[in-house]
Design a protein around this ligand. Structure first.
Ligand code: ADP
Length: 753
């Protein structure tokens, strides 16, 4: 309410209306005051002109005979008759020469300009008079002129009166208009103020207040609309208030439910943590079980496979026993495959599958697959075709062991399930990426076997699953393992198959290609030694293992080809025997009582005189021992139990340089033997042919034992001279076999200070 009081009058609606109405009245009245009298004056003067002209016309004809006969009396009479007319003030008669003949005027005549208008037929307004002149004719002859003056005085007086009346009327209208506005507005303002009061009350929270306004005008409608609006606002407010109170209730409910849930979750979390601990515990137990199972099974298997291999070689054995031995060997190997597969799948499941890339020959990989499955295929009269595209790289950087494992599984399955026809292993070149020097190769294994129904394809890649309707020999693990290995290598095994026609398993890998330079380093890995050529006494080998059967197996194998074997039962025993015997090679088991193999090699390395002896780790613990760690400890090579005779022979060839006779009765090629015979001093001399900067680089790499750099420098500068070639080959071989001791010696020779 205070607001409406505080509005200044000049800004109020009333003032605005008053000003507007006043202005409108002013404009109308002013127009009426100025225009209407003016128009009236024009009309009335026009009428007076006509009137005066008429009087003059009549008078001129009446006066003509008086003038003609110069009858003054008649002239005067006529002129007096004219002056009877109220407005007439003066009348004058002129002769033909415009000389005044007679004149009559009233006293009220006060005209100044006389005799100025003596013409025939002219009427004008002049100085407050209308002057009309007319010729006087006698028998159509102009004999004189009559001029009549009528006054405009009365007309002007009437017009002034009229103007005053308009002015008075305007003032009345103005006053009444404003009065009407003031009086008419008062109730409107009153009603607005009433509304404002109600609004004020509602603002203060009195939501039941409503505006009551009488009448049927707009304010009434405004009040009604306002009341309806307040109703809706109150309704909405009530709804919100209800929702709010309801919300509070809901929030309360939810909070208590949430608290309940939190406590349940806490319990569940505890249970989960407990379950997780249990699962981890179980996992650890499983890993420990697998490790010990693998170790425990490998140890006897080593004897079974090893001795059955020895017996297979025995020429004196009869046919029946040969069959038994063969079965023993196959069963042992099968059992070993089984153990390896179970270990692989548990490694995969634990996410521990790791790839160890190494420089390999593609041809070696596929050839070894062929060699392994060739016999089985020919036993079944199957044609085994192994072919690599001409464009395929020769040397690649890959985990050759795992790639071989996958190919053996795929080709093995193809051979196992195919009854007639052929099995093919194809390697196709797809593309080359020169940026990262990698090549895309497609490996395909095709067979003409029974085929696999589409709906079984997903199943056969699951661990321990075979085709639902066909039971076959095997664990059902091969494809699951292969698929994960190829995935890890960046590919995916895909299968297309047609029942009764055959199956095709393929995958594409992007493999790094490397250049080994010459073929010198290529392993001739399947050579079987028949005997070692030696001057007496024969070379000595120390076999260290706590299990007698294992010692017996190795010593039998080595003695068969002419080595003199010594045995030790643990690490401590091995050190004493090594110091006493000075063997050429030591084969050392790792898990032994009293002193383990790892502790033993550390001790051995403390003896200067034993430093040059290559120590080969022979371990059944393939799960927990990493080959890299063992090599770092000082072992020259690592052999896993059970081993094949060929593996032992390969190690001998790499670790001990002397002349060997092989199964095919040939002596290892001269260059190889003489390479090994070379001493570090000679090699250091031969290396001097390298340019100074390269020699410096090589020397540094030898001191730091950077085998990759050494190999690269030597291979890219391979000499033509045969004699020097031998030294270079020896260095490459030493690098490839991680012969660190050789490089220590070579470094001493190259840097005598
Ligand atoms: P396993 O051969 O030890 O049973 P795999 O995982 O290697 O295990 O193979 C799973 C199954 O897939 C096989 O048992 C066989 O039913 C089916 N299978 C695999 N390769 C072929 C093939 N070339 N032809 C027909 N069936 C095959």
């Amino acid at each position: 309410m205070d607001e409406i009081k505080s509005i200044p009058f000049r800004k109020s609606l009333q003032a605005k209306l008053l000003i507007t109405v006043s202005l409108v009245i002013l404009v109308i009245c002013t127009t009426a005051y100025l225009v209407i009298p003016y128009l009236m004056e024009l009309i009335i003067i026009d009428a007076s002109l006509a009137n005066t002209r008429g009087i003059t016309d009549i008078a001129s004809s009446s006066i003509s005979s008086g003038l003609y006969f110069e009858d003054n009396e008649s002239v005067t009479n006529t002129m007096q008759n004219v002056l009877v007319y109220d407005e007439a003030r003066r009348i004058a008669l002129y002769d033909f020469n415009k000389k005044k003949f007679a004149e009559l005027r009233k006293t009220s005549y006060n005209g100044k300009k006389e005799n100025i208008l003596i013409e025939n037929n002219n009427t004008v307004k002049l100085d407050g008079y209308i002057v009309s002149s007319k010729g006087v004719y006698h028998n159509d002859t102009l004999i004189g002129y009559l001029v009549v003056y009528t006054t405009l005085e009365n007309i002007y007086a009437s017009i002034t009166q009229f103007r005053n009346a308009i002015l008075l009327f305007s003032l009345c209208v103005f006053g009444l208009g404003n009065l009407a506005i003031i009086l008419g507005f008062r109730p409107i303002v009153g009603r607005i103020k009433t509304m404002m009061k109600v609004v004020e009350k509602i603002t203060l929270g009195k939501y039941t207040e409503r505006v009551t306004v009488s009448g049927q005008d707009e304010i009434r409608y405004l009040a009604d609309s306002f009341n309806r609006m307040v109703d809706s606002v109150v309704q909405a407010y009530n709804n919100i208030a209800y929702t709010n109170s309801n919300l509070e209730y809901i929030v309360e409910q939810r909070t208590s439910a949430l608290n309940e849930e939190i406590s349940v979750r806490k319990v569940t979390e505890k249970e989960l943590l407990f379950a997780r601990d249990k699962a981890e515990e179980a996992n650890r137990t499983k890993s420990a079980f697998l490790a010990s199972m693998s170790h425990e099974l490998r140890t006897p298997l080593n004897s079974i496979i090893g001795f059955s291999q020895i017996l297979r070689e025995d020429k004196n054995i009869d046919v029946q026993n040969r069959v038994y031995v063969e079965m023993m060997y196959k069963s042992g190997s099968h059992l070993l495959d089984l153990i390896n597969e179970i270990l692989d799948i548990s490694k995969i499941e634990a996410g521990q599958l790791e790839l160890h890339e190494e420089n390999s020959y593609l041809a070696d990989i596929i050839e070894s697959v062929r060699l392994i499955l060739m016999t089985k295929a020919s036993e079944k009269n199957l044609l085994l075709i192994v072919r690599a595209d001409q464009q395929c790289p020769i040397s690649i950087l890959t985990d050759a062991r795992r790639l071989k494992q996958v190919l053996i599984n795929l080709v093995g399955n193809a051979v196992k399930f195919t009854k007639h026809g052929q099995v093919q292993l194809l390697v196709d070149f797809i593309s080359k990426n020169s940026e990262d020097s990698s090549t895309q190769l497609k490996f395909t294994v095709k067979d003409t076997g029974p085929g696999i129904p589409d709906h079984q394809i997903e199943r056969i890649f699951q661990p321990f699953k075979q085709q639902a309707t066909h039971y076959s020999e095997g664990t059902g693990l091969g494809l699951a393992i292969s698929a994960r290995i190829i995935e890890k290598m960046g590919g995916k095994i895909t299968v297309t198959s047609e029942i009764g026609v055959g199956s095709e398993f393929s995958f594409i890998l992007s493999i790094k290609t490397i250049d080994f330079g010459n073929e010198h380093s290529r392993n001739n890995n399947e050579k079987r030694i028949k005997s070692v050529i030696h001057k007496s006494p024969p070379p000595k080998i120390l076999v260290v293992d706590d299990v007698e059967a294992n010692r017996l197996l190795l010593t039998s194998l080595l003695e068969m080809i002419g080595f003199d074997c010594y045995e030790a039962e643990n690490g401590r025993d091995a050190i004493q025997k090594a110091l006493a015997v000075h063997p050429q090679i030591i084969f050392m088991d790792l898990m032994m009582p009293e002193m383990t193999g790892k502790e033993a090699i550390k001790k051995l390395n403390e003896y200067e005189e034993l430093l040059t002896i290559p120590v080969i780790a022979v371990t059944a613990d393939v799960l927990t021992e990493s080959e890299e760690d063992l090599l770092r400890l000082g072992f020259k090579e690592v052999i896993n139990k059970p081993f094949r005779i060929e593996q032992i022979h390969e190690v001998l060839l790499r670790s001990y340089s002397c002349d060997y006779i092989f199964e095919d009765d040939t002596i290892e090629d001269a260059s190889r033997v003489s390479e090994n015979d070379l001493n570090a001093g000679q090699i250091a001399q031969h290396l001097q042919i390298l340019p100074n900067n390269l020699l410096r680089e090589l020397n540094e790499a030898i001191v730091l034992q950077e085998l990759d750099v050494i190999t690269e420098i030597i291979k890219s500068n391979f000499p033509d001279n045969l004699e020097i070639q031998k030294s270079f080959s020896r260095v490459i071989k030493a690098a490839e076999t991680y012969d660190y001791k050789f490089f220590i010696k070579l470094s001493d020779e190259m840097n005598p200070d």
